[in-house]
Design a protein around this ligand. Structure first.
Ligand code: TYD
Length: 209
């Protein structure tokens, strides 16, 4: 008898306020309607330890190296306890951010040396990457307006200045250009339903789905 096919690992990235949560929820519903078993998770977080690290990362000032190492420490736990077992059991995992976020925020935003981020990535998940990554791209002004409209108190990252987010956005777009087969860059200023249809199409065009 054949073992159950491995699940798929799909990640969502973008600057704060780009609308990832809405799209993850819509895709989870669409996949479940097609009979897929789906797990929604997030980074930093996704495990009990990871959520504690998230509290520190979003709340306390720290050295950029510490920040990068804690992001990858949380990720190591997330992979071991949640992502790997789910994929092995045939579950599709939808994650609100993964390692591309460390390249965008810590390398692009904070100026951490790219080689350090690459080294941490090679330690924590050598040879492993998402099957597909949706980058919800939008101008900083639109993202800031959405965050303000949501009204929640800004965390340590959301309090960063404009230049920080400009660098984060540029780093994401640069990564997407380097790995066109894995990334789909979506104009996130449009209606949620339009974006959701493009995300569904992005999945349908993959031969593995
Ligand atoms: P986010 O998904 O935006 O949480 P929320 O929608 O609840 O605000 O993620 C929290 C923050 O963590 C976000 O500002 C980006 C930052 N982050 C990094 O700087 N590096 C990383 O590797 C990850 C995963 C997140």
């Amino acid at each position: 008898m054949n073992a159950k096919p491995r699940g798929r690992f799909i990640t969502f990235e973008g600057i704060d306020g780009a609308g990832k949560s809405t799209q993850i929820a819509l895709l989870a519903d669409a996949l479940r309607a097609r009979g897929r078993e789906v797990l929604r998770t997030r980074e930093p977080g996704g495990t009990e330890l990871g959520e504690k690290l998230r509290g520190l990362l979003l709340g306390m000032d720290m050295h950029p190296d510490t920040e990068a190492m804690l992001m990858f420490a949380a990720r190591r736990e997330h992979l071991a306890a949640v992502i790997d077992p789910a994929l092995a059991a045939g579950v599709w995992v939808l994650s609100d951010r993964f390692s591309d976020a460390t390249h965008a925020y810590q390398v692009g935003g904070r100026g951490l040396a790219a080689a350090r981020c690459d080294a941490l990535e090679a330690w924590v998940h050598p040879g492993f990457a998402p099957d597909l990554t949706f980058l919800l791209d939008m101008p900083l002004e639109s993202a800031t307006a959405r965050l303000a409209a949501a009204g929640a108190a800004p965390d340590r990252f959301e309090r960063e200045r404009r230049g920080f987010f400009a660098r984060v956005r540029a780093a994401y777009l640069d990564r997407a250009r380097r790995e066109p087969a894995r990334f789909r860059v979506l104009d996130a200023t449009r209606e949620p339903e339009t974006i959701a249809a493009e995300i569904a199409a992005g999945i349908d065009e993959k031969t593995w789905q």
